[in-house]
Design a protein around this ligand. Structure first.
Ligand code: WT7
Length: 653
């Protein structure tokens, strides 16, 4: 066991199950064995310039060839300098030139059930028109366009139109408040806003334009607001400022050649909330981001032209940027896009979509999977999911029991699961199984992708040994890495590069096991320190979730006079009553699974846990509640404020 001050984290949960890829999957996969993976990994490690240089030449269109593959290291790394390319060109024109213009790019389904399919040729025409529309509002290279829209094809069209002309998009998830929009607009000095009249959510219309109107009162840099007609709700249009999407499109030509852009030109910014403080505009660039999302999409999803690929994220998050729009489209993939809630009109909506559209690859989040478990298998069993061949997860660690449920109930035991670890900052997937090669272990994101060199260190920056958790850093630059925080060079350096100079600090804890598999142990700030033993949140939570009556669990530390910290868990239960007997049983269960050390002092039953709008549990708020403190800090990213009030009034053991 480690001592208190080394920064190491004890690994207390043992997971021994191993799931090799099905033989037929491997036989048909592009990377079909660990030997193939190792060859790629070694090539990227031994000569990164050759590895990435060859890929970039082969798989991207260059208006002007690059001079250097990677210059500098650490935070100053730059990729493909001297070259000029265009992401929108690589996602659209290149596919048409390759003869795939008639392939579906987007198969879209609205929440009310309306459907549209856009081929690459059709999408190209729409993007060109909208790019011209933006130009007509004086938007050019480097101007920031703020996008606050429902998950309609027009959201992807707006993004691709921006990157086509070198405008920098800042997509804001359409669940954020007026205040949050204004903050982001001001931080970015956004010039144009794009939104819609409304948004369908569980059958209701949310008035997006009204929210934007309030935000724009406090966004002085925004000169125009483009409004898509979606929900036909009544809205106010401000003369001189607001224009209808369709009016602009009617007037626009569909001839808009892509602007050649420097490799390091900013492609977009995306705001991510630090757990405290103001949101950071994570800045990505053009060529490196493009090639990173293109290759990782091929590797991780073993993508084939006949696949119908569905990523259930929203384009308001990096997952939507990289694995709904840019990664799949750079490859010419057919992407399913769904506008609404997973339980509208009923909890079987996703499975109905999978069956009707014969989805082959499904990429979703643990928070959604936990909800499906809770809603019951009967909603799934009535659908034919046999088109599925591959499943993925992203956004949080997945508890092993939830993983096994996903494997059995959704995957019918024959779909590999790719548990993909990455961040807004990393641009694309960093660690993941390769589905035709890697034998998976439930709860592990397995191994780094080619080009990624992880290192786990303790507080003295010494690399820790196998099974000793520590801080996860990335030792070498990779093409998709963030290039900055918009307008805050100092914060960029402090947050990611100063602790371990030359290495990127992820902010996550992790351990690597005896087989070289990585296990993400949660955020560094979330570690629980009980009597000098540092425990990771995910391990305590996974032990809890392995009890049949636990649907979801969040574990946090609260001050304890003797132990330093005691464990408090917040649990939502299924098929059970919140009784003291159940509390005792759960304590016993953890004692059996992990040991006495991890037995929580407090077990609090709750109907729901506080989550960010992207579905991550907000442990920071729970820490305050567990300690009996007033919740401090920014709650603007909290999905449902009423959860907090309920938690505070809930009964405590
Ligand atoms: C943080 C990044 C990745 C795109 C969407 C979220 C956590 C993400 C996993 C995973 C364990 C994960 C990490 C990471 N995380 N994926 N597979 N296993 N943890 O992007 O909002 O920037 O969040 O999400 O803590 O640092 P993000």
């Amino acid at each position: 066991m480690s001592d208190q001050n080394t920064g190491q984290i004890d690994n207390v949960l043992q997971e021994d199950r191993l799931f090799p890829p099905p033989a037929e999957f491997s036989a048909a996969a592009k990377i079909g064995s660990m030997a193939d993976y190792q060859t790629l990994y070694d090539a990227a490690l031994n000569d990164p310039d050759k590895f990435w240089g060859d890929i970039a030449k082969e798989e991207m269109h260059w208006f002007k060839p690059f001079d250097t593959v990677c210059t500098q290291s650490g935070k100053d790394a730059q990729w493909f300098t001297g070259g000029q390319t265009n992401i929108s060109y690589n996602c659209l024109d290149a596919n048409i030139e390759a003869g795939n213009g008639d392939r579906a790019a987007i198969i879209w389904e609205g929440e009310p059930g309306d459907q549209r399919t856009l081929t690459y040729t059709q999408l190209h025409a729409e993007v060109c028109k909208f790019a011209n529309a933006l130009k007509s509002l004086d938007v050019g290279v480097g101007d920031v366009v703020s996008i606050y829209m429902p998950m309609t094809p027009e959201l992807a069209i707006a993004m691709l139109a921006c990157t086509r002309i070198g405008a920098v998009h800042s997509v804001i998830f359409a669940g954020f408040s007026a205040e949050a929009i204004a903050d982001r607009n001001n931080d970015a000095s956004a010039k144009v806003q794009i939104t819609s009249d409304g948004l369908f959510r569980r059958g209701k219309v949310l008035p997006l334009k009204a929210t934007v109107d309030t935000a724009l009162e406090k966004s002085p840099t925004v000169k125009h607001c483009i409004v898509l007609k979606r929900a036909e709700n009544e809205i106010a249009m401000t003369e001189g400022r607001d224009v209808w999407w369709h009016d602009l499109m009617d007037a626009a030509s569909d001839d808009c050649p892509a602007t050649p852009l420097d490799s390091e030109a900013t492609s977009f910014i995306l705001y991510t909330s630090g757990s405290t403080g103001k949101p950071k505009g994570i800045r990505h660039t053009t060529a490196g981001y493009n090639i990173w999302v293109k290759k990782t999409f091929q590797w991780v999803f073993d993508w084939k032209p006949e696949d119908v690929y569905w990523c259930t994220a929203d384009c308001g998050w990096i997952t939507g940027h990289s694995y709904i729009v840019y990664g799949p489209m750079a490859n010419g993939a057919t992407c399913l896009m769904y506008e609404g809630a997973p339980n509208h009109p009923a909890p079987n909506r996703f499975w109905d979509i999978v069956e009707r559209h014969k989805v082959t690859i499904l990429y979703t989040a643990p928070t959604a999977i936990r909800a499906f478990v809770q809603w019951g298998d009967e909603h799934i069993k009535k659908h034919d999911l046999s088109s599925l061949r591959l499943l993925g997860t992203v956004g949080e660690g997945i508890n092993p029991e939830t993983w096994v449920w996903y494997h059995e109930t959704i995957g019918n035991k024959n779909c590999p699961i790719v548990d993909t670890w990455w961040q807004t900052e990393t641009g694309g997937i960093m660690m993941s199984p390769l589905p035709g090669a890697t034998a998976t272990k439930p709860g592990s994101c397995t191994q780094p992708l080619p080009g990624i060199v992880p290192v786990i260190v303790d507080e003295s920056l010494t690399e820790v040994g196998a099974n000793q958790g520590g801080m996860l850093c990335i030792a070498k630059p990779w093409p998709g890495m963030l290039r900055g925080i918009w307008g805050d060079e100092k914060r960029f350096e402090e947050q990611y590069w100063s602790m371990f100079p030359g290495n990127y600090l992820t902010g996550d804890n992790a351990r690597v096991d005896d087989d070289g598999y990585y296990w993400i142990m949660g955020r560094i700030d979330d570690v629980i320190n009980v009597s000098g033993h540092r425990l990771s949140t995910i391990e305590v939570e996974s032990a809890m979730v392995s009890h049949p009556n636990v649907a979801e669990c969040a574990a946090v530390g609260r001050p304890h006079e003797i132990k330093g910290q005691a464990i408090a868990v917040f649990i939502s239960i299924k098929d059970a009553e919140p009784t003291d007997e159940l509390r005792d049983e759960l304590k016993l269960h953890v004692r059996k699974e992990i040991g006495a050390l991890a037995v929580p002092d407090d077990i609090r039953f709750t109907q729901s846990l506080p989550k960010t709008r992207s579905g991550k549990i907000m442990r920071r708020l729970l820490r305050d509640i567990a300690a009996g403190r007033e919740t401090a800090g920014d709650v603007s990213t909290l999905e449902d404020l009423s959860v907090l009030a309920k938690l505070k009034s809930d009964d405590k053991s």
